[in-house]
Design a protein around this ligand. Structure first.
Ligand code: FO1
Length: 337
């Protein structure tokens, strides 16, 4: 391929941000100077919520902070070295949620965003504006400009906002299903369908398939754009050795009747040849034996090292960055870029 490649990544929060860092690292390693022109990230906004009068966009912020290098990498959300003075004051007022922490620096982001939304900017405009603060080396697009929060419906009919279910109950309440009210009437944010149509490769990050990638695919127009793009679509398994890499995706998968296995998630996305999405699926070496099942689905399996953090030295950022870049490179190569 000559010139700057056009890569689109569909991504959620923590797994998504690590993967996006890896793809950006791989592009830089290949000598692509303007990675922002090469890399478009379509970000899940199904986790978003209004709290204490401000609009939170957890996945958007996780990816923005990670690309800017100001994220709290250990915790996986919020800003590095943040303080909690305002949060403490909110708790004293009985405002917000006692189990949910809004860091001071993070609140600056939410206040800026909320102000701009109130002035009439769309979430796409706001994200574009926010992207100028740091050299992110990627163009970030929300999946949609419509508010489509995720609701978790329990077996007794109780309805909880995803953030309450996730952070307060740590996904311990068995969900009957997940809903994104109003998503049928939403449309893809400006630029999303065009980026997918014009891409040289589309990559599905190893994010939660149900509550991160699922909402992106449910936005009318996104699946259609994916099905018709000439670009190869490569997915990266979020399951390694039958376990979720991080987070509680296993509970989400069980709720929709999908086994926690790399092959089952590949089947959930489906092969392009049979109306699904995937041309190629990257599985971990630990799941080598499942490659034959993936091939049986009509999807090309590629076994690669998928760990993006160094388990032997979890705080080793340089080792993790190397792994992330290696995975980004593997995904680009799998897409023939
Ligand atoms: N996750 C938590 O487990 N506890 C929190 O108090 C919390 C606060 C928070 C504030 C802003 C933000 O953008 C994200 C925050 N998260 C918190 C992470 C978030 O709830 C989830 O991890 C994601 O939505 C799932 O991708």
């Amino acid at each position: 391929m000559t010139g700057t490649p056009r890569i689109v990544v569909l991504a959620g929060g923590v797994g998504g941000s690590r993967f996006v860092l890896g793809v950006r690292g791989a592009l830089r390693a290949r000598g692509v100077d303007d990675t922002a022109a090469a890399l478009t990230v379509v970000v899940n906004t199904g986790d978003d919520i209004w709290l204490s009068g401000v609009r939170l966009q957890p996945d958007v912020d996780s990816i923005t902070y990670a690309l800017a290098g100001v994220n709290d990498a250990e915790r996986g959300w919020g800003r590095q070295g943040d303080s909690e003075r305002v949060n403490h004051e909110l708790q004293e007022w009985g405002a917000g949620w006692p189990w949910f922490t809004l860091g001071d620096l993070d609140l600056g982001t939410h206040l800026a965003r909320t102000g701009w939304l109130r002035e009439g900017l769309t979430p796409t405009d706001v994200l574009e504006r926010m992207s100028h603060r740091w050299d992110l080396g990627a163009r970030l697009l929300p999946m949609t400009d419509t508010e489509v929060d995720t609701i978790v419906v329990l077996h007794d009919g109780t309805r909880l906002h995803f953030q309450e279910w996730w952070t307060r109950h740590r996904a311990t309440l068995a969900p009957a299903r997940f809903e994104n009210p109003g998503i049928e009437a939403a449309s893809a944010a400006p630029g999303v369908a065009e980026a997918i149509a014009e891409a040289d490769a589309v990559l599905l990050a190893p994010s939660n398939p149900v509550v991160s990638i699922g909402p992106i695919l449910a936005v009318p127009g996104v699946r259609e754009a994916l099905c018709s793009t000439p670009a190869p679509i490569v997915g990266v398994s979020p399951i390694i050795g039958g376990k979720v890499v991080r987070g509680m995706a296993d509970v989400c998968l069980t709720a929709i009747g999908v086994e926690t296995s790399a092959a089952a998630v590949a089947a959930l996305y489906g092969s392009r040849a049979s109306g699904g999405l995937l041309d190629t699926w990257l599985l971990a070496e630990e799941d080598d034996a499942l490659a034959v099942d993936v091939a049986g689905l009509g999807i090309r399996p590629l076994v690669r090292p998928l760990w993006m953090t160094d388990a032997s030295a979890p705080s080793s950022l340089s080792a993790s960055a190397e792994r992330q870049t290696a995975l980004g490179e593997a995904a680009l190569a799998a897409a023939g870029v």
